[in-house]
Design a protein around this ligand. Structure first.
Ligand SMILES: Nc1nc2c(c(=O)[nH]1)N=C([C@H](O)[C@@H](O)CO)CN2
Length: 128
């Protein structure tokens, strides 16, 4: 399975469990690994045969603007489901990182995986 990735993708949103965190958007970094439903794009050189990472970034940025999760876990889950449902990815790994939010800790967050690695979506053509 080929894996598309986006690293250090910065979004800003209201996120957190404390009252002071619910007032101002804060930056969060997303690391995304997206399993591709087929591997044809390397042969065809056609973006229609893969997932367009620009569209993924735009869609996630728009979704985050409307989200106000309490937990990093909830943001990671939302992003993972969006990628799977809207882009047909059979497998995703999503890491959400908050920066300098806890004294003495440079970065913290969550990594989740959803779906099956190496699985081909039933409505898609298998890779040749
Ligand atoms: N497992 C988690 N623990 C905590 C979270 C979280 O999202 N997941 N969030 C917070 C606060 O919002 C934090 O960002 C500031 O201390 C605390 N614990």
């Amino acid at each position: 399975m080929d894996i598309l990735f986006l690293k250090d993708f910065r979004v800003e949103l209201i996120i957190g469990i404390y009252e002071w965190e619910r007032k101002v958007p804060q930056p969060v970094l997303l690391d995304l690994e997206i399993g591709l439903p087929n591997s044809r794009a390397g042969e065809t050189d056609n973006v229609a045969d893969t997932i367009d990472y620009g569209q993924v970034a735009a869609r996630i940025r728009a979704a985050c603007a409307a989200l106000r999760p309490a937990l990093v876990e909830a943001l990671a889950e939302h992003v993972a489901q969006l990628i799977r449902n809207e882009f047909g990815a059979p497998w995703v790994r999503v890491t959400v990182t908050k920066l300098a939010i806890v004294r003495g800790v440079k970065a913290l967050g969550i990594t989740i995986e959803r779906g099956q690695r190496g699985c081909v979506m039933s409505h898609m053509q298998p890779a040749r």
